[in-house]
Write a protein that binds this ligand. Structure first.
Ligand code: PMT
Length: 411
C-alpha cells in the first residue's frame, strides 16, 4: 500500500448499512500515508456520524453543497481539484443512478462532475437491487465512462439475503485503491532535504548569513513528494510556506541544521543538501548588543562550522548523498573536488555568478556531476529543474542500492 503515500483522496460515503465500514477504510488509507477528506451524503449521516469520520481523517467532514463557510474554504471545486482520486465507498444504487445521469444535486455528485481525478466506486446494496437491470445498466455505463468499480462482493447481507451486493472489506478496497496509483519513482523512500540559508549569530541582533531564498530546496521537496517520497525538509529562515504533506524542521544555525539532519538519519534513504550553510561562525556570541566603539576597524573572530553533508556522507550506513556546489568560477572543477572531498554520490554544480540563476531567482541551470560523468541541465524554472533532478537522483540511488544488494546465497 506504499503507493498511497502522499496521495490526496476524497472519500465519498453514501447511505447504506456498509457506511460503518468506511471508518475502518479511512483508518487504513490514512495509515498507508494518504491524506483523506471525507464527503458524506445526507443519507450517509443516518448510518454513521460525521464526528467519527472527522476524528479518523483529521479533517472536518464535508456535507453541504451550499455551505458559505465551506465554499470559502474547501468548497466543491477546491475538493474536486485537490483530489488525486475520488473513492466512493459505499456507493448506493441511488448514487450510481445519479452519477450515471450526470446529476449535481448534492456535494458529492458535484465533486464527481467537477473533478479530473479518477473516480472509483465500491458498490453496496441489497442483492436484488444490484441484480436489477437498471442498476446493471448504470454500472455498465459508468464503467464505459472510465469509472472503476471495486466489487461488489458476494455473500450474506445485513438484510438476511445472500448474493452479490456486499461492499468489499475495507482492506481489500484500500489495497485495490493503492494498486490503481502509478508507482512513483521514490515510493517508499524517505528523503531529507536541507534548504535556505543559515544564520550565525554575532550578538542578539546581528548575524552572518547569505542570499539563499530556499526556493531550490523547497522545489526539490515538492518534486520528491510528487514522486511518492516521504520528505523531511530541514530549513533555514525563509519566506516560503511548508509544502503540504512534508515534515518541516526550522533551524537557524549550521549547528542546529547538523543536529536536525542527524536526528533520524537512520531512516533516511536520500540526503540532498541544497542549503547554503555558513562555512564559519563567530567564535563567541556576545550576550548583549555590541556597542559602536571609537575604533575604525572591528575584528570578528570566526571558527569553522561542521560540514553537514560531509558528516552525513561519512556515516557507516550513509544514505545516497547529494550536495550542491555554489561557485562563481571554475564551477565544474570545484564541484568535482567537493564530490571527492565530501564523499558524495552526486553533486549539482551551480554557477552563482549569474543574477538570472542560483541565489534567490525563480530559475536555475546546473550541471549534475558524478564520478563518471557530467550532465548539463539547461535554464528552466526551479520547479521544472527539481523534477529533473529528482528523477536523476531516484534512478541513480536505485541503481546503487541494487548494486549493493547482497547476492542470494547458493543452496
Ligand atoms: O535557496 P535559493 O535562493 O533557491 O538558491 C539555491 C542555491 C544557490 C542556494 C542552491 O542551488 C545551492 O547551490 N546550494 C548550495 C550552496 C552552498 O553552500 O554551496 P557550497 O559549495 O558552499 O557547499 C557545498 C555543499 O556542502 C552544499 O551541498 C552545502 O549544503 C554543503 N555544506 C556546506 C557547508 C557546510 N558547513 N555544510 C554543508 O552541508
Amino acid at each position: 500500500m506504499q503507493r498511497l503515500t502522499n496521495k490526496q483522496i476524497v472519500l465519498g460515503i453514501t447511505g447504506g448499512i456498509a457506511a460503518y465500514k468506511s471508518a475502518e477504510l479511512t483508518r487504513l488509507l490514512k495509515g498507508a500515508g494518504a491524506d483523506v477528506q471525507v464527503v458524506m451524503t445526507p443519507a450517509a449521516i443516518e448510518f454513521i456520524t460525521p464526528l467519527t469520520l472527522q476524528a479518523l481523517s483529521g479533517h472536518p467532514v464535508h456535507q453541504h453543497l451550499l455551505d458559505p463557510d465551506a465554499e470559502a474554504g474547501m468548497g466543491h471545486i477546491e475538493l474536486a481539484k485537490w483530489a488525486d482520486m475520488v473513492l466512493i465507498a459505499p456507493a448506493s444504487a441511488d448514487f450510481m443512478a445519479r452519477l450515471n445521469s450526470g446529476q449535481g444535486n448534492d456535494l458529492l455528485s458535484t465533486i464527481c462532475l467537477a473533478t479530473d481525478a479518477p473516480i472509483v466506486l465500491a458498490p453496496a446494496m441489497n442483492q436484488a437491487m444490484w441484480r436489477d437491470p437498471q442498476t446493471q445498466s448504470n454500472a455498465t455505463n459508468l464503467q464505459t465512462k472510465g469509472i472503476r468499480l471495486l466489487g461488489p462482493g458476494v455473500g450474506e447481507q445485513a438484510c438476511g439475503d445472500t448474493g452479490p451486493g456486499r461492499m468489499l472489506d475495507p482492506l481489500e478496497i484500500a489495497e485495490q485503491t493503492a494498486a490503481l496509483f502509478d508507482r512513483g519513482l521514490l515510493t517508499g523512500k524517505h528523503v531529507f532535504i536541507t534548504a535556505g540559508p543559515t544564520r550565525e549569530a554575532i550578538d542578539p541582533v546581528r548575524y552572518i548569513s547569505n542570499h539563499s531564498s530556499g526556493k531550490m530546496g523547497y522545489a526539490l521537496a515538492e518534486a520528491a513528494l510528487d514522486a511518492g517520497a516521504q520528505v523531511t525538509l530541514i530549513s533555514g529562515p525563509v519566506n516560503l510556506p511548508a509544502p503540504p504533506r512534508c515534515q518541516r524542521i526550522m533551524i537557524e544555525s549550521a549547528a542546529q541544521m547538523l543536529t536536525a539532519s542527524l536526528q533520524h538519519i537512520d531512516q533516511c534513504d536520500i540526503f540532498i543538501a541544497a542549503a547554503a550553510v555558513a562555512d564559519y561562525r563567530p567564535s563567541a556570541v556576545a550576550e548583549h548588543k555590541l556597542k559602536k566603539g571609537k575604533e575604525e576597524i572591528m575584528e570578528l573572530h570566526l571558527i569553522k562550522n561542521p560540514d553537514i553533508v560531509a558528516s552525513v556522507a561519512a556515516l557507516h550506513n550513509k544514505p545516497f548523498t547529494v550536495g550542491f556546489a555554489a561557485e562563481t568560477r571554475d564551477v565544474i572543477h570545484y564541484a568535482q573536488s567537493k564530490l571527492q572531498q565530501k564523499n558524495l554520490d552526486l553533486i549539482i554544480a551551480n554557477d552563482v555568478s549569474r543574477s538570472d540563476i542560483g541565489f534567490n531567482s525563480d530559475d536555475n541551470a546546473v550541471t549534475v556531476v558524478s564520478q563518471s560523468q557530467t550532465q548539463p541541465l539547461p535554464l528552466c524554472s526551479k520547479r521544472q529543474l527539481a523534477a529533473q533532478l529528482i528523477e536523476i537522483i531516484a534512478i541513480q540511488q536505485a541503481a546503487l542500492s541494487s548494486d549493493h544488494t547482497p547476492m542470494p546465497e547458493k543452496s
